[in-house]
Design a binder for this molecule. Sequence first.
Ligand SMILES: [Zn+2]
Length: 388
Amino acid sequence: MARRARNEADESRSLLRHDNLRRAMQVIVQHPGIATRAEIARTTGVTAATASSLVAQLIDANLVVEGEQAASSGGKRATTLHVDGSYYALGVFVVTPSDIRAALLDLNATVITEQRVEGTPTTHIAAIVAIAQQWQHDYGDRLLSIAVQVQGATDGEAVLESVAMGWHDTDIAEPISEVFSGPIRLVNDVDAAAVTEALLDSEPSGLRLFAYMGEGVGAAVTIDGRLLAGKQGRTGEIGHVRSLVGGHDMRCECGRIGCLEAVASFQAMVGIDFTENTDHDALARHVTAADPERIDQGALALAQTLSLLSAMLAPREVVLGGAAHVLGEPFLRRVQSVLADPPRGTLPVPVRFARQGAAPFAGVGQAALQIALGLAWGPAQMHPDAGR
Ligand SMILES: [Zn+2]
């Protein structure tokens, strides 16, 4: 960002400015403990000597460490390579109307420190800046970047509009840049969840339509694991589109009548205000006690919207994320039944719930990693036991 002064820290942050260096690093991120210099040469198409030189630079830069010897297939044993999690840090914030969770992650997506600060949208920005300043003080140039997950539409620097936060054109990057000179990025919460789903794929491919059920109803589209942003990053703001089925006498929180959220939000279907801090076991009890017809109507309204979007986008699959899985099999089957019976000229689309168990802060952490080093995590970092 041009308005932020360049300094020595920018030098270390542009370590991966050379494409071959970044590609070599990406191989190690994808296959930690398996990647070797020979593997890097083979995958990236450089000579063995170049691969050795690239790895030497990555080790010098505190980005890579050598591991044990790879399994021998005859001849000289090769040394495996790992991402160095001990030096650099990524700063992440997850902001909701009632609290902020702040964490430092290492380059393996492992949480180094984590804290939670209760507050309101009017106190949040000062709290974020104070924590960022402390991180900068403690970590200096080892803090590579900061990413902030927010509810509402964002262009990456400001929250353009958030009904939940009461924010309108609220710049978050600017106040952080007063205390931190590295790259800063805001990311929408639904987009972060869709990216997390993609990070669980070993090779993300195709177009995925991701619907998110949280405090509202949102959507995101990923293509080969990358977000479709749209103008001002507003792709997927479907919550206040008029519902195709039912709800036409129901008033929405936004003031209009008959929005999708007026039929298919947790408030509409289960009768409780869902927040990011709602306990899933308690929510499940409310789902069990709720009127099944209301849940069915919500499922149908969501499914009809997804059906129209699927006719437009022809996705490989539809994934229902956020707390959708708490609604259980009847909800899923209802959505599936609509998308399995496609309009003429379109294909049936499989529907499933999002996978659970990704590393905490994965989506917002990926945004921080992307702006710092241009890299993408994968299953090895999302399921640490699998990759090491
Ligand atoms: Zn509305």
